[in-house]
Design a protein around this ligand. Structure first.
Ligand code: TRP
Ligand code: ZN
Length: 891
């Protein structure tokens, strides 16, 4: 029965893995391309896998019209195969088979953006994870790797450009206004890396000399009119190629490498072999449309997709439970890439802090909610729901722990061994761990728990100083909260990097097991539930600097005094922990302020904290980007994690109070910081100037939180005179959020309208315009509904849908959680509407309600009703059904 909507959707399990009954050696495809209709002819050679218990040929297909089905030249009769859901079985096949299949598909009707779809009149594919089955019947699973030849045929005018994976081996005219192109990919690949692109596109191209002396052709393809926005992506691609050669000894293995940008895309980008397809957001940039953050995002995503060529494509995943094998490792690589490009120690720390902030804000919250899952999940209903921060960001932290445990050279040896063993294979997370263990000569058996156990471990640290014996005894105890389906957790293998600070703020030399003479940081390995580490010859009672550089993805508790935190903030040689100390000071205060708001008490911020912030702000020996991070208060979502029952409005009031108090107390210092960090002259997105802009614009936003006409004027002038999007957007932000009088409000609205008019033809900027309003303090549910009526708004385009609705539901908590439940009602409407258009996007929005159990009983009741409304909807996709079913099952 199909109408019992509330029953749990069907899960698949890692333990049920069975090797494919047949391997595929070659795939030849011929596609007659059209927007309305595309005809797909596939010929594949299959070979029985004698090692499998599966005896049938098993193919997957989704929404395909079958025109022909031939096995070794003979038409297959209906009685010779069976189809159930997406699975076709052909029993009793000989050991060697040529299978020929013809299917018809309708790209314009494909609003899910998986498989072959239309975007601005062009044809684009997205096959990861299971989109290839929406193009043809195939053993669409990542352990089936084949060589592909693809012949594309299409109308010349509508589709002048025809691209696919690998090398172009032939092209020509077909008469009748049609033409063709034949592509051959010399590498074995899983079907999820298949790609084609056809349409009216233009490219920036360049030949690039590789380290081994070969020349590669690099291309960035965009819609006509966007050629003035491809340069940064091209520069980023060249840097990526160089970096992988230098840092990991990995070469580009193709003669041609293409990037294509599309405005309709479910995710950031996709690493198809030789033909990466990107969301325009991660390609298009020039100073007038892109912010510093956009420039940095492009660099890291271009890197990410390029690095997949080795970590993902040459060595791929045996099954989708191993997704983090490629994603965690590739995120680690792109994070290191960005850090290496900045180069300086503080630059690296700034990048590290930014990455950890995302991890804490989003992944820790995922780990604490109904969708919590291990880095290598044991089951899932819909794989698209598992492209998560746990798989990506926590997965990267797990890879980083190998790096911390084995050291720079040890890690490189492990990578080399991984490729030596597994190039051309589809493997498991365990294979990566084995390569690291064998190369490093280490037992990493217990480390496996980072892959099998969900949840964020807690480490409780306590210490005793013995002045007579000059010993400092540090005790580390670990535990991990229960997660769905995992009540009991075993101890993790946790690297805890530690240093000790003396009263003068300098690192004390460390005398402890594993520390060399003169060493001031040591990696302690916590493997038991509780362990004691003894430091000898400690001349004075130190302040411990724990978990330096965030050496493990855990929550660390230590009973620091405010004075100790201020000492760390002022002196720690580990810049990450300097920042961390400031965040701890701020969090303490924001929690107390929130409680004071709830109790109706007077609010105040202490001079000691203000002084610590002032000193940091005025310390011009510190990188401006680092100062900006220290001065940024923990987000409302991070503060919320400190409470058992979250009160979004109280948190917002408390944080806004703190911002205004800082603005008032530091006014002169903020103005100086503003003046000192102007970046006159030609715009450049380099680390140094973007650091200055980030501090200057932080100063502006603080100044605007203590409303005065002079700051309003400052923001308005910056808005009018800005020569780059970073400054213009920051100024608009300050204006729109300014708590001003009617006249100022009018001027802010005028700026908002001007901005729209100026950029109405730039889709990515219109997205910013919606987003800025979505997260504005005064934007309530009614205002969102009004913006949804704007002619430029649509749910059909994922970027646009995200810019307004996702931003509101996820990043404007005090308005989304309106006491009357109107935010939840809006959420339910949106999820239901998106479910019909694009299940992947709908399921992402559905996640906004994950933590509903953390709110007051009154809010919980309204959230539950909204979840039930969605769960009871007819024709719910597997994607949305899994998310809401798991949310409703939450304890
Ligand atoms: N593999 C892609 C990446 O991490 C992710 C991706 C792109 C994706 N598009 C997708 C995943 C669509 C699922 C569905 O770079
Ligand atoms: Zn990836």
């Amino acid at each position: 029965m199909r109408n019992d909507n509330l029953s749990a959707p069907q899960a698949i399990y890692r333990k049920d893995y069975v090797a494919p009954g047949f391997w595929v050696d070659t795939v030849e495809m011929g596609l007659d391309l059209g927007l309305e209709q595309t005809h797909v002819a596939t010929r594949m050679t299959l070979r029985r896998n004698p090692e499998s218990t599966e005896k049938d040929i098993v193919l997957f297909g989704d929404g395909l019209k079958i025109l022909q089905l031939r096995l070794n030249g003979a038409n297959l009769k209906k009685s010779q195969y069976s189809i159930q859901g997406e699975t076709m079985r052909i029993p009793d096949a000989p050991d060697d088979v040529v299978l020929e299949i013809e299917t018809l598909i309708q790209p314009v009707k494909n609003t899910a953006l998986s498989g072959l779809y239309a975007s601005a009149g062009n044809l684009i594919t997205q096959c990861e994870a299971e989109g290839f089955r929406r193009i043809t019947w195939f053993p669409d699973r990542p352990d089936v790797m084949a060589k592909y030849t693809v012949l594309l045929r299409a109308d010349k005018k509508a589709f002048p450009v025809l691209l696919s994976n690998g090398n172009l081996i032939e092209e020509g005219d077909l008469g009748d206004g049609r033409h063709y192109a034949k592509w051959e990919d010399p590498f074995f690949k899983p079907s999820y890396l298949f790609a084609i692109v056809a349409g009216k596109l233009v490219c920036q191209e360049e030949t690039f000399r590789l380290q081994d002396g070969r020349d590669a052709l690099l291309q960035v393809w965009v819609e006509p009119g966007n050629l003035d926005k491809t340069d940064h992506a091209m520069q980023s691609l060249k840097k990526s190629i160089r970096w992988d050669e230098e840092r990991f000894g990995l070469e580009l293995d193709l003669d041609r490498f293409m990037i294509v940008a599309t405005g309709d895309f479910n995710m950031g980008a996709m690493e198809n072999k030789g033909l990466n397809i990107f969301n325009t957001k991660y390609v298009l940039a020039n100073p007038s449309i892109a912010t510093d953050t956009d420039y940095a995002g492009i660099e890291s995503v271009v890197g990410h997709e390029y690095f997949h060529n080795w970590t993902g494509n040459r060595v791929t995943c045996r099954d989708w439970f191993q997704l983090s094998l490629k994603e965690g490792l590739t995120v680690f690589r792109d994070q290191e890439f960005s850090a290496d490009l900045v180069g300086t120690a503080t630059g690296r720390a700034v990048k590290r802090i930014e990455d950890v902030r995302v991890l804490r804000q989003v992944q820790f919250s995922e780990d604490a909610g109904p969708m919590a899952h291990p880095v290598r999940p044991d089951s899932f209903v819909e794989i698209n729901n598992f492209y998560t921060v746990t798989i990506y960001e926590k997965g990267s932290e797990v890879v980083r722990m190998y790096y911390t445990l084995l050291g720079h050279d040890g890690f490189r040896k492990g990578m080399d061994l991984y490729f030596a063993r597994h190039d051309g294979q589809a493997v498991e997370c365990d294979d990566f761990r084995a390569a690291m263990a064998d190369a490093g000569g280490r037992d990493l058996t217990q480390f496996e728990r980072w892959y099998s156990q969900a949840g964020t471990p807690r480490v409780h640290a306590s210490a005793v100083y013995n002045a007579e014996e000059k010993t400092y005894v540090l005790t580390l105890a670990q535990s991990c909260p229960a997660t769905p389906g995992q009540a009991e957790k075993l101890p993790f293998h946790i690297p805890v990097t530690v240093g000790l600070l003396g009263a003068d703020g300098r690192d004390l030399p460390l005398h402890t097991d594993g520390a060399q003479a003169g060493q001031t940081s040591v990696v302690l390995e916590l493997t038991e539930a509780s362990q004691t580490f003894i430091f000898r010859d400690v001349a004075e009672e130190p302040v411990p600097s724990l978990l330096r550089n965030f050496s493990a993805p855990v929550v660390l508790h230590f009973d620091y005094s405010d004075a100790q935190l201020a000492h760390l903030l002022a002196h720690d040689s580990d810049p990450f922990n300097r920042w961390e100390a400031g965040q701890r000071l701020a969090t303490r205060r924001l929690v107390k302020l929130t409680q004071a708001v709830q109790a109706g008490e007077a609010l105040a911020l202490d001079e000691m904290f203000l002084e610590a912030l002032r000193n940091t702000l005025n310390d011009t020996t510190l990188d401006p980007a680092f100062r900006e991070l220290v001065l940024t208060l923990p987000s409302e979502l991070v503060i919320a994690e400190e409470f058992d029952e979250v009160d979004p409005q109280a948190i917002h009031t408390a944080r806004q109070f703190a911002r205004a108090a800082i603005s008032d107390a530091l006014r002169g210092d903020l103005l100086t910081a503003y003046e000192d960090n102007l970046t006159p002259g030609k715009y450049s997105p380099d680390a140094e100037s973007s650091a200055k802009r980030s501090l200057k614009n932080l100063a502006l936003s603080y100044l605007a939180d203590w409303p005065q006409q002079s700051t309003f004027d400052l923001a308005l002038t910056q808005f009018n005179e800005a020569e780059n999007m970073t400054d213009r957007l920051a100024a608009l932000h300050a204006l729109v959020n300014f708590k001003g009088d009617a006249k100022q409000k009018k001027a802010a609205d005028k700026a908002l309208a001007q901005f729209y008019k100026l950029f109405s033809k730039e889709a990515l900027v219109v997205d910013k315009w919606f987003m800025l309003q979505a997260v504005a303090e005064t934007t309530d549910v009614a205002k969102v509904r009004e913006l949804m009526q704007h002619p430029a708004f649509t749910l059909n385009n994922p970027n646009r849908a995200r810019s307004l609705t996702f931003s509101f539901c996820n990043a404007n908590p005090s308005q989304f959680h309106a006491p009357d439940g109107s935010g939840y009602a809006l959420w339910a409407e949106l999820v239901i509407a998106l479910n019909k258009i694009n299940p992947q996007v709908a399921a992402r929005l559905a996640r906004s309600m994950d933590r509903w159990k953390k709110y007051s009983p009154a809010l919980q009741q309204k959230m539950k009703a909204a979840l039930e409304k969605v769960a009871g909807t007819k024709k719910l996709s597997k994607d949305v059904a899994e998310v809401v079913t798991k949310a409703l099952a939450a304890e």
